[in-house]
Design a protein around this ligand. Structure first.
Ligand code: PEP
Length: 254
């Protein structure tokens, strides 16, 4: 089975001490993950090393960055390069979260550049895609997500695309408390998998994890993750509570 993944996105939350305590509380629950299950914690940049050390002995836990810059190195004050992340032994990175797209105006082309840099280092991008409410209301969500994949991912070779984790995150469901229904999630995940299959063949498409993100909670995770094409979730708000996030991890398919 392809990997089933619970990924936490802490965004710009928590002090260093709170972050340490949260990781400690999650690990204290002694969750035993199956070999095809994984937990990712996308923590703020200043906490990457601490978090990496904290999860070092915990099987199938890994740390992710929430972003990286689209250029290799140079005069880009305040930015963080892929090589910097790699040198900290951080091997996963979110790319194209809707907050990056909306607030920081990141384009599909720029996201393609980030993905290319990550893949040169053999790091794994968690590529976020998803439509806003007006696009869904206009029934254009399938075309919209197809364009996002076309412009940021579909230049990759089959071997490269296998390194990518896709996260479908309808923007109208992020941080709003409004979750996509299980039917809406499954429908879009199946659509994404069919696009991957059309481009790369079904064997490749079947191996790619597609996570759902958008108000995943302890109470709805298991039901969402049970859908055949939903391979876990990318979780914002609920990942800031150890109790809730552990419950979400326990909702992964096994
Ligand atoms: C996210 O930030 O990726 C997210 C899905 O947030 P939330 O779970 O709070 O909706």
């Amino acid at each position: 089975m392809r990997k089933q993944i619970a990924a936490a996105n802490w965004k710009m939350n928590l002090t260093y001490q709170q972050a340490q305590a949260l990781i400690g509380d999650i690990l204290a629950q002694d969750i035993s993950l199956e070999s095809d299950q994984q937990v990712l914690l996308a923590v703020p940049f200043p906490y990457l090393s601490m978090a990496n050390e904290a999860v070092a002995g915990a099987g199938n836990f890994a740390i992710a960055a929430q972003n990286c810059y689209s250029k290799h190195a140079g005069a880009f004050t305040g930015e963080t390069s892929v090589d910097m992340l790699y040198s900290l032994r951080v091997f996963y990175c979110l790319v194209g979260h809707s907050e990056r797209r909306e607030i920081f105006k990141e384009t599909n082309k720029e996201l393609a550049e980030k993905i290319d840099l990550l893949l040169v280092q053999e790091m794994r991008p968690v590529f976020c895609c998803g439509e806003s409410l007006d696009i869904r209301d206009a029934h254009m969500q399938n075309d919209f997500v197809e364009t996002q994949l076309n412009e940021s991912l579909f230049h990759l070779s089959p071997a490269q695309v296998l390194k990518v984790i896709v996260a479908y995150e309808p923007v109208w469901a992020i941080g709003t408390g409004k979750t996509a229904s299980t039917e809406q999630a499954q429908e879009m995940h199946a659509h994404i998998r069919s696009l991957l299959a059309k481009k790369y063949g079904s064997d490749t498409a079947e191996q790619i994890s597609i996570l759902y993100g958008g108000s995943v909670k302890a109470g709805n995770a298991k039901e969402l993750f049970a859908e055949p094409d939903v391979d876990g979730g990318l979780v914002g708000g609920a990942s800031l509570s150890a109790q809730d996030f552990v419950q979400i991890i326990k909702g992964l398919k096994s």
